[in-house]
Design a protein around this ligand. Sequence first.
Ligand code: PMP
Length: 540
Amino acid sequence: KGVASLPEAIDLSHHLSALARARSVSPLKNLARYYGRPGIISLAGGLPSPEYFPFDTVKADILSSDKFVSTPDSHGSSSGPLSWLLSLFSSESDSTIPISIPKYPSTPTDLNLATALQYGVARGIPQLQSTIVAFTTRVFQPAYADATVLLHVGNTDGWSKAVTTLCNPGEGVLVSDWTYPSALETMYPQGVRAVPVRMDGQGMSATGLREVLAGWDAAARGMPRPHVMYIVPVGQNPTGATMGAERKQEIYNICVEFDVIIVEDDPYYFLQEGPYVHPTQRFSTFKQTDMSDDQYLASLAPSFLKFDYQGRVVRLDTFSKTIAPGSRAGWFTCNPIFAERLERAAETSSQGPSGFTQVLIGKVLQTWQDKGYIQWLKGLGTEYTRRRNFFIDTLLAKFHLEVVPADSPHNLFPGTVRYIASAKGAYLDEKRGSGAAARKPLFSFVPPTSGMFIWLQLHLEDHPKFKDVAKESLEMQLWVKLAEGGLLIGPGNMFAADKTASTASYPGHFRISFSNADDADLVKAIDIFAAVITKFHQDV
Ligand code: PMP
């Protein structure tokens, strides 16, 4: 629960779906709240005795928060791994610390297996829940008092539960033109359709949103005006766009005006990398790990929760990108009415993250404390910044890259820096003569300021087959050639919210992820990409 001086959430229960309204408390789960009462003898549930759990103690070696102290390194030069991260993964014995979770705790409130591996309440074990509540209040600062936290099994699960709780079949959800395909796949089988809103360099456009909502024609659209939005505001998947505070405020206000619930799916929140700076201008080696905790938290784009004085934001956080995807754990932050219905949904499905996950994540967070966890997040941000820089620096080395002038038709998003790439060297377009103007654009992109992805827009307009085949298939032809050449990337059409949009207006795209491959493989990947795309434009 939040700060007392803030307003309480307004009643938004009219947004609940018929399914959500029909749920009642699972009769057995209703008893669970009494289990913890001191002295109570429970013969009610089908609970196995913890004595028969074959785990006496769960032990693990975790990375030590002492190692998160940043050390000077070659970050500014864009290559060379960070020394602090290297030291983390060195085999020195002091680079890890042992943790241990016993079956029976010496103090009843300590994390323990007897409780965590038992049936429990769907909202999560109290020790993990309270740590997450404190973290959410400090970091995301909801603007209403009774923001409620409930664990889920990762954002995929969180979004799936949000859809069933908020949407009825036949309704539409506002999404960005380009969006995370799994989110759409969650909606479609439930009869919930995507309503695309145009984007710019910061993600969803506020003007675009207003146009869609204000001009809604239910008869023509065949559905009522959408009352739910799905948005990935930081390091958007696939475009990499990050939405600043001003845009979030504008979008929030529009959602208040049109009574829209915002579901904020924010897995990349802590992978904020800042603007890409050309290597020749990169004089500062300043990085996240050099900031104080408060400076660091203040430097991050705010969550929609920070503007949410009514309780109309359902925020989805996940440990997938900050601890590990296989942990399958995350949490909702939302108003208490929605939280209660989401908990009912969990009771008859996932229940909550596995007890093993909950004790292990709970223990890591207890061991690191806030200070250590925030240091870890700063370190992750620093690492992803290095990866982003390394990737774009390598593109710079392999292609002729220029910043698109503000008045160029290629500058799709005024106000954002867009790079346009052409083949390096003497490859010139005969039709246009020689010199700079003769450079044939191959692709362009806005350097991402967060997340794991770079979104390349293909410039196929000069391709000889441009007029003969749909551009989507030209994108796929190039994609197949890349795959055959040994490079797998995300074809843009996979991320289109409107699969029926005319391919005549379809610009080809690729989503490339710089999050996982090592530097040597990234260089090889860009080599393959350069060779294949250059040849693709030459071959007729
Ligand atoms: N939402 C978005 C936008 C994502 O990019 C991803 C991961 N690819 C997910 C959700 C999945 O998150 P989780 O592992 O928490 O289910």
